[in-house]
Design a protein around this ligand. Structure first.
Ligand SMILES: [Zn+2]
Ligand SMILES: [Zn+2]
Length: 339
């Protein structure tokens, strides 16, 4: 099969011919119909550490059709369309039973290869897609689930003032869920106004471009009518958590969703004086996936607003490096490995 494999040493991706995957007993093999490029893929390929050594195949936001079934799989068959949670758990620990395979002590993400024409996936981590859920929507389920869990964890009071820092896909989708789950005013803040239309399409009532704004604190309070009850941090660079703790109101909540692997710091007295709550949220549960599938199957199309480009496989390495360099003005890019 064709795969976009990592060149290692922060050199990006190349399209290569690699052996087709074979399912283990509790796995399926999927024909990858659509896969999204995630900021964490860029981070793995270009960030510190050897997260994507040479030959690794990234890509975890995808949907596809079952083409092979492991010996122990009894509920999926060839031809089923699914979106997999990109982890394969043991199936019997408490986390697997709760639908949280990413916390399974035996959990593995390396079985997944979404940047390829085929990928293995844990069968029990797959959620079936009805025909009403197209491939583009199927590839958005994973990032949608990230945002959904983040907003769930905040236990958003109805009418809450919400600030989202960062206007990438996760920031935009967090605004989307905050809108659906009862927020009042929602301000999205980013360096520039480039993503304002996307953030507004997904539910932001205000957009704050830091580069045009002398006093961000004032701008946030003006926009929301007071300091935010909840701040969702979706920036993922050092300093982002300190900023969020600075913005949040006394007794408020900060949910950190950003993927930051560098050292970071904040001054504890700031959240101490506020008695603020700081939570971290990385993934989702199986129930989040199912809820999103049901929503999409019922006709919800709002999340598509984050998609700014759709490309074929051969265009992928160049797009991947352009996203890394910041020369591509995209939000979410979807890739068709068979086009
Ligand atoms: Zn992702
Ligand atoms: Zn487990």
């Amino acid at each position: 099969m064709k795969a976009a494999v990592s060149k290692g040493q922060r050199l990006g991706l190349r399209i290569d011919e690699v052996p087709d995957p074979v399912p283990e007993a509790d796995e399926v093999v999927l024909r990858v119909d659509r896969v999204g490029i995630c900021g964490s893929d860029l981070h793995a390929a270009y960030g510190e550490g050897e997260m994507a050594p040479e030959g690794a195949i990234l890509g975890h936001e995808f949907c596809g059709e079952v083409v092979a079934v492991g010996a122990a799989v009894d509920w999926l068959r060839a031809g089923d369309r699914v979106a997999p949670m990109p982890f394969r758990g043991c199936g019997h620990c408490v986390h697997c039973l709760l639908g949280q395979p990413h916390h399974c002590p035996e959990g593995r993400i390396d079985v997944i290869s979404g940047f390829a024409q085929y990928s293995r996936a844990g069968a029990r981590e797959c959620v079936r897609l009805p025909p009403e859920v197209g491939d583009d929507d199927g590839a958005l389920i994973e990032p949608l689930a990230v945002g959904l869990q983040g907003v769930r964890k905040a236990q958003l009071p109805v009418g809450a003032r919400v600030l989202v820092t960062g206007a990438g896909p996760i920031g935009a989708l967090t605004a989307y869920w905050a809108r659906r789950l009862g927020a009042g005013p929602i301000a999205v803040m980013a360096r520039s106004a480039r993503r304002e239309p996307i953030a507004r399409a997904l539910g932001a009532t205000h957009f704050i471009a830091q580069q045009d704004c002398a006093n961000p604190h004032e701008a946030v309070c003006d926009a929301l009518g007071g300091a935010p009850d909840v701040v969702f941090e979706a920036v993922g660079v050092p300093g982002a958590i300190a900023d969020a703790l600075g913005f949040v109101k006394p007794l408020g909540t900060v949910v950190s969703l950003g993927f930051c692997s560098g050292q970071d710091s904040f001054v504890p007295v700031v959240p101490l004086m506020k008695e603020a709550r700081l939570l971290f949220s990385m993934c989702y549960e199986r129930a989040d996936y199912q809820y999103i599938v049901d929503l999409l199957a019922a006709g919800e199309r709002g999340p598509r607003a984050i998609v700014t480009d759709r490309i074929g496989f051969d265009a992928m390495p160049a797009k991947f490096s352009a996203l890394h360099e910041g020369s591509a003005p995209d939000c979410k890019v979807l890739v068709s490995p068979w086009a």
